[in-house]
Design a protein around this ligand. Structure first.
Ligand SMILES: *Cc1c(COP(=O)(O)O)cnc(C)c1O
Length: 405
């Protein structure tokens, strides 16, 4: 990177940004033009057509590339190896086009549901991908799966909703040893570049659903890919334009605006997340809490090695049955019962009924997604208010259990 080293809290404001050339505007305008005038055929200012090049999108893409620590300079690629898409799924679909038909892929077993659907119900059919689902959180994940033909390893860490962690450095070392040309991709949506930067652990591509923490305001759907090297950046630049599922200039502006407060927001999510996880761990109505920053987390050592915060994502098991969970969910007031995550507002959901209903019951059981599992996305409200809200709902669930005992 040409820029001097900056702390992430400074990067989110300045990285890859400069005042707009003609007016000095400190935020890039939303360049909505689909096409750009040329002085003579093929002679232009670097912009021809907005699917291929857009100044507002470039500003966001450069920011993302710097935040994730890409090695690609602006001389090597105009957006420094960052590429923005219309959704997280569009980013994933484009990344899979790096693979030839019939390629061998190893993927985390409890992938985001949409990713699992794209792999197993679309690309196994249309691209003949040979996807092997492995528990990449287990040190034995590679045994009998990894080989010199493994073309891609697709990792999510922490996973959703069981918050398992995979050791990025160790996966990169083993996979590269087996096949030096393997492409290592990490979906960093739950981590965010404030808490975890997979490229620094030897990964090749970072993927984000910007819908979540990066935009952070629950008002735009989008995705990103960031390449570590100029070679991969060139391949993704070609595919982004060839496939065309690009982020709009307006959404690019919204996500860039959201990122300005990413560091502030993540510090708050981390702090409140930890406090609430500790409170839950002490609560008599709670069976078990899963939160990577708690010493009780099964992969707490990996957390300490590769993350600097555990965000606002907490999973816990309420005591009792599905009825206790239902009464609890009906009695929160500040937490909104909704899918999605990573916004300024606190959300709560029941994966078995909501986000993971499409996962067959026996597979849900294998993954540990029981009927009493509740997922929180802790927002940036006052933490005492949030704790009081949860306690009120616990009291309602306890009362219900007593009446129906
Ligand atoms: C939401 C999400 C996606 C998909 O992103 P969309 O923006 O909804 O298309 C992929 N991975 C993870 C981990 C997600 O949370």
């Amino acid at each position: 990177m040409a820029d001097a080293p900056m702390h992430p809290d400074t990067k989110v404001i300045h990285a890859g940004q400069r005042p707009e050339a003609t007016t000095g505007a400190v935020m890039p305008p939303i360049f909505t033009a689909s096409t750009y005038a040329q002085e003579s055929p093929g002679v232009h200012k670097g912009f021809e057509y907005t699917r291929s090049h857009n100044p507002t999108r470039y500003a966001l893409e450069r920011m993302a590339a710097h935040l994730e620590g890409s090695q690609v300079s602006e001389d090597e690629d105009p957006s420094c190896g960052g590429f923005a898409f219309a959704s997280g799924m569009a980013a994933i679909a484009t990344a899979l086009e790096l693979l030839d038909a019939g390629a061998k892929v190893i993927a985390m077993d409890d992938l985001y549901g949409g990713t699992n659907r794209l792999f197993s119900r679309v690309r196994e059919r249309t691209q003949n991908l040979k996807v092997h689902y492995a528990d990449l959180a287990s040190p034995d994940w590679h045994k009998g799966t990894l080989c010199n033909k493994t073309a891609m390893v697709w990792v999510e860490t922490p996973t959703n909703p069981t918050l398992k962690l995979a050791d990025l450095g160790e996966i990169a070392r083993l996979a590269r040893q087996a096949n030096p040309d393997v492409i290592l991709v990490c979906d960093n949506t739950f981590g965010s570049p404030i808490n975890q930067r997979p490229l620094e652990h030897g990964f090749d591509i970072v993927m984000h659903s910007t819908t979540k923490y990066l935009n952070g305001h629950s008002d735009a759907v989008g995705g990103l890919l960031v390449a570590r090297t100029p070679v991969l950046a060139a391949r993704l630049r070609f595919l982004q334009n060839a496939i065309g599922s690009v982020m709009s200039p307006f959404d690019s502006y919204l996500v860039l605006r959201g990122i300005k407060t990413l560091a502030l927001r993540m510090h708050r999510h981390n702090e409140s997340g930890l406090r609430i996880a500790q409170h839950l761990e002490r609560h008599e109505m709670v069976e078990r809490v899963v939160y990577p920053a708690l010493p009780s987390h099964p992969q707490h050592d990996i957390y300490k090695k590769q993350m600097t915060g555990a965000s606002g994502m907490i999973t816990f098991f309420i005591k009792g049955d599905i009825e206790a969970a239902r009464v609890f969910l009906e009695n929160v007031r500040i937490f909104t019962l909704a899918e999605s995550l990573g916004g300024v507002e606190s959300l709560i959901e029941h994966p078995a009924i909501m986000t993971h209903a499409s996962v067959p019951p026996d597979q849900r059981r294998t993954l540990g997604i029981s009927d009493t599992l509740i997922r929180l996305s802790v927002g940036i409200e006052d933490c005492d208010d949030l704790i009081a809200d949860l306690d009120r709902a616990f009291a309602a669930a306890a009362k219900h259990a007593k009446v129906h005992a």
